[in-house]
Design a protein around this ligand. Structure first.
Ligand SMILES: C[S@@+](CC[C@H](N)C(=O)[O-])C[C@H]1O[C@@H](n2cnc3c(N)ncnc32)[C@H](O)[C@@H]1O
Length: 214
């Protein structure tokens, strides 16, 4: 974990302005129905499925308690979200983004998320996420958008995440776009993510190196 020391120093430094809390409150209360929680509790059963391993958790355990505002891109039904929510320092907050769209996941993105062609989930992604995270809604804000829309909405609201967990699109172009957008909109934020050794994403590392050097 010594390798994490230098980046942990940057956490907490970006979201300390006096009106950060007011901006977050305004974002949470905005009229866009894709932001925030429904009034009524979800009726779907909880489900502990997900793509989140102990290695991911050990990194987040170091970083999240030092962060003020965490942005997660790619929640699925909230396994990583739950972990981040449980690690947040008092007063810190998590904005988590996902399309939460079964057809999008299984058709357009199916090549990355299905073990067998034709596999279909028997549960609704969004309703299951809401059920899994309902008790953490005081410190978690779901944003049901594509990642690019969400990043733009967060930036437009004047919010500055200091830690971003990237685990959404797993194809090179999509991940490259997410990383580029986050570095442009939230300069100085610490970026971490899952599946850095995934086939499409290993190319991304070269892309990041190339972006950094241009
Ligand atoms: C690997 S899963 C996330 C796993 C999750 N972090 C966990 O702990 O189980 C990737 C998620 O990203 C979402 N996703 C992929 N591309 C997206 C995009 N462009 N915009 C929004 N969500 C996206 C998918 O809907 C899926 O739920």
């Amino acid at each position: 974990m010594a390798a994490l020391d230098s980046i942990t120093e940057r956490l907490g430094a970006l979201s300390t302005s006096e009106d950060a809390a007011a901006r977050l409150a305004a974002f949470r209360d905005c009229a866009d129905v894709r932001v925030g929680w429904p009034a009524q509790p979800p009726t779907a059963p909880k489900n502990s499925e997900g793509w989140f391993l102990r290695a991911n958790e050990s990194v987040l355990r170091e970083l999240v308690p030092r962060a003020t505002l965490v942005l997660e891109l790619g929640s699925y039904i909230g396994k990583s979200t739950r972990c981040v929510a449980d690690l947040l320092a008092p007063g810190a907050h998590l904005i988590t983004c996902d399309a939460w769209d079964n057809a999008f996941l299984e058709d357009a993105l199916g090549h990355n998320y299905l073990r067998d062609e034709g596999e279909r989930r028997t549960f609704d992604l969004y309703e299951t996420f809401l059920a899994n995270l309902w008790e953490a809604r005081d410190r978690v804000t779901p944003v049901k958008m594509l990642t690019a829309e969400c990043c733009a909405a967060v930036a437009t609201a004047g919010l500055k995440p200091d830690l971003i967990y990237i685990d959404a699109d797993h194809d090179y172009a999509g991940v490259h776009a997410d990383v580029r957008l986050c570095t442009e909109l939230f300069p100085g934020a610490v970026l971490v993510g899952d599946d850095w050794d995934y086939a499409g994403q290993s190319q991304r590392l070269l892309g990041i190196a190339s972006m950094a050097s241009t």
